[in-house]
Design a binder for this molecule. Sequence first.
Ligand code: HEC
Length: 238
Amino acid sequence: MKKRTLKRIIIMTLSVLLLTSCDSGDIYENFNSEAEGLSCTATVSFINTSTWPVDYQIVLAAFNQNDYPLITKGISKPAVGDTIQLSLNGIPENCTEISIALLNKSKRLVNQFFTHVITNEEREKNLIQLTATDLNLLDYSRIQQQFFSNCINCHGASEKAAAGLFLTDGKSYDAIVNKTSSKDSTAKIVLPGFPEKSFIIRVLEGKAENLHYDHTNVSFNSETEDIELLKAWINQLK
Ligand code: HEC
């Protein structure tokens, strides 16, 4: 092989190596986090992960007093007992709070499992460090926001509530837990620990007698997950 050809091959190999190393990410990432200002790191763990949403999404997100977050980082379902490390870079300056939140399919806020208001000190340091452990996926506020939002049009959002049953925020829990059904005096609307014996599940599955309105016609935000979520919540109630 001629010397010149050999030299050319060496130069080509070197430039290929250089190009690939530029692509490897490190340089780019460092450059990004420094250039983009406010960032957040979070140590997070969850309980009741069997009710991790599929249609909806759990995210680390920054909000500005609005139901749509300005920036999000999706969180994948962790293994039971796992603690996860998350980071969110390039948080816009007009954001006021960081949250671990449940978003619906149009990325609108459904429930916040954890909220932190950004402080001036954190803005100066350009860094927010959070720890949020044992966030409960069966938090009653999720049940209210995700599940009972399917019902309130008839059950209390206007001044009327079908069957006198208010399923609105602040009223629903006391109206259902250990309360005798107005349609079946032998049944509790929600019997803690027993989803299948709870009248509410019989109503939703079309198994309740003496009812004029067929609840299998109710349209759900998530047809596959919402009733399962309610059952899981009743199951762990004491
Ligand atoms: C389109 C209107 C409508 C929607 C939406 C609706 N309901 Fe109802 N619901 C009714 C009516 C009407 C009754 C009374 C039926 C009757 O008197 O026969 C009722 C009765 C009930 C009862 C029986 C109350 C008792 O005292 O036993 C329960 C439980 C109930 N609804 C739960 C729900 C839940 C949970 C949702 C949401 C997933 C829901 N409903 C959505 C109209 C609605």
